[in-house]
Write a new protein. Structure first.
Length: 541
RNA sequence: GUCCCCUUCGUCUAGAGGCCCAGGACAUCACCCUUUCACGGUGAAGACACGGGUUCGACUCCCGUAGGGGACGCCA
């Protein structure tokens, strides 16, 4: 069994962002290229912004991309699957509370009852304008707990030693050092009782035996805080007395009552169930029973917008869902995104997902930020479209053809022929809409761009002879050979050649002067329709 | 402001001291293919941020400067 366990930990506040998708992808690739496990954990401790809908959207996006997880919420039912659950932080509350209060009780953390206003003033008075000094005297755990129970607003801050230097060997950045005075006594439990990101993130990574934490560079400085928590956790892991103390909180009905009361007040949505509490306790026990794992960190550079700022909504399409709904192939998005900060060992630009999984290596991930280029994405997409076989492409294109043509009445040969002529003309699947519109008699119309061809003196003759030729053919569909005979006949009878011949005919077929080759177009449209169209064109003169 | 990170063509990148007066891809331009439009092919233009070291030799190592980014939240 492999010891590699990685996780993707989104907070469900909207659709999956392309940056998030790349983080998920690299985690997935890292795990899968080495036979490791990929877990999905939901970081929904920000009750205001996290929603169930958003969770479903994120899950849908991950699935669309094909980034399947080994553990985490089930994609359909959202029920936990795996040995290390619960996988949603909102349901792991008891763990954070027990550890938080353990730290409180042991003088590693303290209740801070200062108000926002007081804190603001202190910040302003500080030398650098934003640090918050530790209070002169700290309230005891007992006193603090009493006050909190009475409804006073108190956050819990971790005591910072201010004198350690933490060193990490970052998988992508190499050796990085953090001095603990980079941060102050940071909050681990908000005054509403909810834990803060850095606290639960470190706890969960530890309890879930996560071996490698691959995330975006913006989290680099968070590593310090998480390392501090890891240090405390390691100490806890070593001491059976301390373990007992933490587990004791779960046994205390007084404490659990306090926690549930807190949760009752803040949780608007689903609260952790008794089952979740039990599983949380199990999770802690499992942690104590297994080896302590300090993960290796890897911080990938950011994805930037064209203005070199962190990619965000104001840059346009940034969610995977938007690319999904505008006709991008998931493999193409994966392909393109993988190239942001990573490169193929053979300098290839186009490759399949399966190949990527085989060939991915974290050592080829680079440190510099990358600008997201929609034009290249588009090209990558067109390449993937071209490489699809006709039937698969047809399946992909089908949703866009709804209401454009009658997709039920076509046969396999038609599909093959149509895909063959159109696959080189699509950058996006949605382009099929416009491409196929002229296939439908109802939506056939003479395009404005055809004016030039309609103005030629010879055009009328071409239309007339073309119609006459069509009428001599008594077949439902014509072939490319039929067309070349007809083309010769029209050329001779109307006495025109070159563009004066072909452009008008194309106008009489699809209403546009430009497009696919006529000998490919003609077999796709019933002869009856061709006649009708040509007559419409003639009438438009 | 403080701390941290980054810096090769417009963009994504290759490059781990001589293979590099720097290679590939997108975009751009030209030509070819072609009845048109696409596709495809060929080619052109286009970069080592700057300054100091180290070295016989630096895109590659070190130090500075400049620029960009990130973090400094009871967001994640």
């Amino acid at each position: 069994m492999s010891d590699i366990r990685v996780r993707f930990a989104p907070s469900p506040t909207g659709y999956l962002h392309v940056g998030g998708a790349r983080t998920a992808l690299f985690n997935y690739l890292f795990a899968k290229s080495q036979g490791g496990e990929f877990v999905l954990r939901v970081e929904d401790t920000d009750l205001e912004r996290s929603t169930e809908e958003a969770l479903k959207m994120q899950i849908g996006d991950l699935q669309w991309l094909g980034l399947d997880w080994d553990e985490g919420p089930n994609a359909g039912t959202l029920a936990d699957e795996g040995e290390y659950g619960p996988y949603r932080q909102s349901r792991r509350q008891a763990i954070y509370q027990a550890i938080g209060h353990f730290l409180l009780k042991n003088g590693k953390a303290y209740f801070d009852f200062r108000t926002d206003e007081e804190l603001d003033t202190l910040k302003k008075q500080s030398a650098d304008g934003h640090s918050i000094p530790r209070p002169e005297t700290l309230v005891s755990y007992e006193e603090g707990l009493e006050r909190v129970k009475k409804g006073e607003q108190g956050a819990v801050r971790l005591i910072n030693s201010f004198e350690k230097t933490f060193k990490v060997n970052d998988l992508v950045r190499g050796d990085v050092e953090f001095k603990s005075d980079m941060v102050g006594d940071f909050v681990i439990l908000r005054s509403n009782g909810m834990p803060v990101y850095n606290f639960c993130c470190a706890i969960d990574d530890a309890l879930m035996s996560i071996s490698h934490v691959l995330r975006a560079e913006e989290h680099l400085s968070n590593t310090l805080r998480q390392l501090m928590i890891y240090e405390l956790l390691e100490e806890l892991h070593k001491s059976s007395d301390q373990q007992k103390e933490v587990l004791g909180f779960f046994q205390s009905s007084d404490f659990m009552g306090f926690v549930k009361d807190k949760l009752e007040k803040v949780h608007t949505g689903a609260k952790p169930s008794e089952e979740d509490f039990k599983k949380s306790e199990e999770s802690l026990k499992k942690f104590f029973a297994s080896d302590f794992v300090l993960p290796q960190f890897g911080h990938m550079s950011l994805i930037l917008g064209p203005d070199k700022q962190k990619l965000s909504k104001r840059h346009g399409a940034t969610s995977c869902n938007e690319y999904h709904t505008t006709g991008f192939l998931p493999d193409a998005l994966i392909n393109y995104i993988s190239l942001l900060g990573w490169s193929h060992p053979d300098e290839k630009d186009i490759f399949k997902f399966e190949e990527l999984v085989k060939i991915f290596s974290i050592s080829r991930v680079n440190k510099s930020p990358a600008v997201f280029d929609e034009e290249k994405l588009s090209w990558v997409n067109s390449q993937h479209i071209k490489e699809l076989d006709n039937q698969s492409l047809w399946q992909e294109v089908l949703p866009w053809l709804e209401g454009v043509i009658d997709t039920d009445s076509v046969n396999e040969a038609w599909v093959n022929a149509a895909m063959e002529t159109y696959k080189t003309r699509m950058d996006k699947l949605s382009d099929a809409k416009e491409l196929f519109a002229p296939m439908n008699d109802q939506s056939f119309a003479i395009d404005g761009a055809a004016q030039d061809a309609l103005s030629w003196d010879s055009t009328k003759d071409v239309f007339a002879t073309w119609i006459a030729e069509l009428k001599t053919r008594d077949k439902e569909y014509l072939t490319a050979d039929d067309f070349s005979e007809m083309q010769d006949a029209v050329k001779e009878k109307a006495g025109v050649k070159g563009k004066f011949l072909f452009m008008p005919i194309r106008v009489a077929i699809i209403g546009k002067p430009h497009g696919a080759e006529l000998k490919e177009l003609v077999p796709l449209i019933p002869t009856k329709s061709l006649i009708q169209r040509a007559e419409t064109a003639l009438a438009a003169l």
